[in-house]
Design a protein around this ligand. Structure first.
Ligand code: R5P
Length: 295
């Protein structure tokens, strides 16, 4: 019997692609709000004794988590033998420490909640910084899809003489991997974040890279302040207008337009969160990781 894939609203495209790659049956579910704002979920097919996976990327997570967890309960109660989750963007991973007294380490709680409701997880480059390994916060089997191969392929084919730039120490892991695969040089900058939108980036001596095209690579672009600061420094140092590449295009409020106005010549992202900047497709890589976890 075919395995089934269920899309949370907004995740239909990836669910269809996974169904094609893995010969899964797409099953419909109702996920909507009652007039009072509570969530109503309902699986609309017979899935008894079948293995199921739910696709739900977790940007803007507070609106998605309650219906997602309820849907996983509904899938189980409808008799599914197992429930997996494909969440290309994994929320709350940046809340990985108690930055100030009185805070909580949200990544641990969100990880525990999700782990209680699904049997396995596939995600793309989660923000692993002070948490070194996903298994420290997710107690279920998981696979991480690295975006580096796909990003490097895009850079190689689209950018003339690239210089890869990571805007902070945390980005060194991605930018190093992309640079190696794209056979390009890379540098990593230093960042101090003083607040949500108050970021300072120090750029070393970059004059010798005048003949290169700067390519900023970061895992998450949210307010875009990190990239905007970096673009400004590079332009003042006389480098060409940079290309900005995000694995996860969160782009809060006006961030996308702000980054464009700041002087990015091109803004490109992987398709882990649907956004007009999506140009790097990850469905085949995600499907390969899902295949490893399917029963
Ligand atoms: C750091 O934690 C991440 O790797 C990104 O650099 C960060 O999320 C970017 O955030 P923003 O776009 O708000 O500057």
């Amino acid at each position: 019997m075919k395995l089934v894939v269920i899309a949370m609203p907004g995740n239909e495209r990836l669910a269809d692609q996974l169904a094609d790659h893995l010969a899964l049956e797409r099953v419909a579910a109702i996920v909507r709000r009652f007039p009072d704002g509570e969530s109503h979920v309902r699986v609309e097919a017979s899935i008894e004794e079948r293995h199921a996976l739910i696709v739900c990327t977790l940007d803007r997570p507070d609106d998605k988590l309650v219906p997602l967890l309820l849907l996983s309960c509904a899938v189980r109660e409808a008799g599914a033998r197992s429930v997996g989750l494909v969440a290309p963007y994994l929320a709350y991973m940046r809340q990985d420490t108690r930055f100030k007294p009185g805070e909580t380490i949200s990544a641990r709680h969100i990880g525990a909640w999700i782990s209680r409701h699904v049997d396995w997880l596939v995600t793309v480059d989660p923000h692993l910084h002070r948490i070194a390994d996903l298994s420290q916060v997710y107690s279920i089997p998981s696979r991480i899809v690295p975006a580096a191969d796909s990003v490097a392929r895009w850079v190689r084919s689209q950018v003339r003489q690239p210089l890869l730039i990571g805007p902070d120490e945390e980005s060194a892991q991605w930018v190093g991997a992309v640079a190696q695969r794209a056979n390009a040089p890379f540098i990593v900058l230093t960042k101090h974040r003083r607040g949500d939108r108050d970021v300072e980036v120090s750029v070393p001596d970059v004059e010798r890279w005048q003949s290169h095209t700067p390519v900023l690579v970061d895992d998450i672009v949210s307010t875009a302040r990190t990239m905007i600061e970096t673009v400004g420094h590079l332009r003042r140092a006389g480098l060409a207008a940079p290309v900005c590449v995000a694995v996860h295009a969160v782009f809060a409020q006006t961030a996308f337009e702000d980054l464009r106005v700041a002087g990015a010549t091109d803004i490109v992202s992987c398709d882990t969160i649907e956004h007009p900047s999506n140009r790097i497709a990850l469905a085949p890589a995600i499907a390969a990781s899902v295949r490893e976890l399917l029963p």
